[in-house]
Each structure stands twice: as C-alpha cells, then as structure tokens.
Design a protein around this ligand. Structure first.
Ligand code: FMN
Length: 305
C-alpha cells in the first residue's frame, strides 16, 4: 500500500453510533480528519459479534446493514488521497452486554470460550473483513491490544487455558493465526494490519521479548503491517517516556521483522514524528489525542517546515 506520508490517525472510538450504525456526526468527524493531511485513517474499533460489544455507542460490523454510510465514509476519505482501514474487534471479557460475557479463561462473571465458540469468533472476523472490503476500504486492522479479546488470549495475565489456545506463545497466538488465515481465505489480497499490545509491563505478563517473538510469528502468519501499542493495561501504561510511549519495544520489533511497523503513544507534533522515524523506532507514527484536540496540527506543522 502506497502512502503519501508516514503520519496516521489511529483507531479512536468516537461513541457516535446508534445500535452499531454510524451517525452523520461520525461521518463528519472522518470527513474532517480526511482533510487534515494524514496518509492513513484507521476507523475506530467495530465489533464483529454482539457478544464482543465494548460500549453502548460502539460501531458495528457484525451485519451487512451499515454498508451505505460506511461506504460513503471510505469514499470520502479516499477523495483526499488518504487510505482507510477499519479496526475490527471483539471485547471478550471486557464486553459491556446483557447476558453472558466470555473470555479465554473463566473468572468472576466471565465464562471460558469453548473451541466451537472460538471458531464462531474466527469466522465472524473473516466475515467482518469481507464486509469492510466490499465497502471500499483498503484493509482491516485486527485489534489485539488494550485488553480486548485477542489481547486476552495473548497475555498470560488473562489466558490460563491448558489446551492448544493456552500456555506457549504459539498457542496464545493460535486464535490470531486462525483469524489471519480465515480473512485471507475469505477475501484474498487485502491489507491486514494487526494492533498488538506488545508488552504488559507487569509481573507475569508479556515482556518486550515476548512482543518481539509475537511480532515475528504474526509476520509469518501473513499480516501486512504491525501496529504497536500497550497490552492488557491499556494504551497509556508504559515505561515513562515523554513521547513515543512504546518506542523501546517498537524499535526491537522493527529490527526483527520486514513488514512495516506503526507505533502510537504521546506524540504531539511533526518534530517528534520525525525523531521517531529517524531513530528507526517505527515506519509509521499514529497521533491520536493531539488530532482530536486540533485536527489541523499536521497541516500547520507542515506549513512551518
Ligand atoms: C477517545 C479514545 C478512543 C480510543 N479508541 C480506540 C480504539 O477504538 N481502538 C484502539 O486500538 N485504540 C483506541 N484508542 C487508543 C488510541 O488509538 C491511541 O493508542 C492512544 O490514544 C495513545 O495515543 P495518543 O497519545 O497519540 O493519543 C483510543 C484512545 C482515545 C483517547
């Protein structure tokens, strides 16, 4: 995928959907961001199954019903020479739903997923990716960060299974492998990014070394790019650095894989982006909250240069 620059708007939930359907307000948000100079916009997490809904006003991709407005969003973003991906997700044990909540392992108010239920989720990711392709997007980002389902499988803090989905790193990434393969089988050539909560920075959780090994495995499973963020404790939990929160693990991953590496966390201006890129920390920089605060920041900074 050819991009006009290396600055990306990362997935950020706007809570502007009703029953999963994007509103006009959400359309306007993405249209405004498309005019703001980013080379790539990753649409916020959309749930692939109702059992994986993270919040009441989250966007959905579990059925065919949103095609018109989502196609319109994809078309509008692309009008501004910007590529568009959609993040697809299942909240797992963090789902905010009525009824049973499922995760890799049972805990208070959470039931353990059976193998048949895991298969249903894998299929749902593949079907969601097909919808995203049919709507005219350039690709999907599979969400495996910030403590949602795939991150729960990857992290030993949440995954206590003793079957082929637990214990070893390969097993904890088995559902990822199945999802990537299922998407390829369903729609063939299509950009697949994967957002990895690379390390947990917590006793007993994934270390940066686990993150490097995981990235190499995921690359071998066929993803096109890896997007580095934090693990089950979220996108702000990291070793103290002013900007580029996950620089340390991102640099190690970039040195170990051939696919492009994106990293997001605490970046506020173009100088900081250039510094991270020049230091070989990543190939793409995501800028989230600063873009919400001032969507024009990139165009303003580019004018100054
Ligand atoms: C309001 C809000 C919503 C977010 N929603 C998502 C999301 O849907 N998917 C995701 O992977 N990350 C989400 N994030 C995390 C951001 O993509 C990003 O990683 C985080 O804000 C740190 O980067 P920043 O310092 O540039 O904001 C969200 C962050 C914010 C502030």
């Amino acid at each position: 995928m050819k991009l006009k620059n290396r600055i990306v708007l990362p997935a950020m939930a706007r809570e502007k959907s009703i029953d999963g359907r994007p509103t006009k307000e959400l359309f306007s948000y993405y249209e405004n961001m498309a005019k703001s100079g980013f080379s790539l916009i990753i649409l916020e997490h959309a749930y692939v199954l109702k059992s994986g809904k993270a919040s009441p006003n989250q966007m959905a991709i579990d059925e065919d019903y949103d095609k018109d407005i989502l196609s319109e969003i994809a078309k509008t973003i692309k009008k501004y020479d910007c590529k568009a991906l959609m993040q697809i997700s299942h909240a797992g044990n963090k789902a905010k739903i009525e009824g049973d909540v499922f995760g890799p392992s049972a805990k208070e108010n959470v039931k353990e997923l059976s193998k048949a239920e895991i298969k249903t989720i894998v299929d749902a990711f593949a079907k969601a990716a097909r919808r995203v392709k049919e709507m005219g997007f350039d690709g999907v980002e599979v969400h495996s960060a910030h403590g949602y389902l795939l991150n729960q499988f990857y992290s030993p803090l949440e995954n206590k299974r003793e079957d082929e989905y637990g214990e070893s790193l390969e097993n904890r990434l088995r559902i990822h492998k199945e999802i990537i393969e299922a998407i390829r089988k369903e729609i063939g050539d299509f950009q697949i990014f994967l957002r990895l909560g690379a390390a947990d920075y917590t006793e007993g959780g994934n270390t940066e070394e686990d993150g490097v090994k995981a990235a190499k495995l995921l690359e071998s499973y066929g993803i096109d790019a890896i997007d580095i963020s934090g693990g089950v404790l979220g996108f702000l939990k990291h070793p103290e650095v002013e900007y580029g929160y996950f620089s340390s693990v991102s640099k190690k991953i970039k040195d170990s894989v051939k696919i492009p590496v994106m990293m997001t966390g605490g970046v506020k201006n173009l100088k900081q982006c250039e510094d991270l890129l020049n230091r070989g920390v990543c190939d793409l920089v995501g800028v989230g909250r600063q873009s919400l605060k001032n969507p024009a920041w990139l165009l303003e900074d580019m004018k100054k240069e």
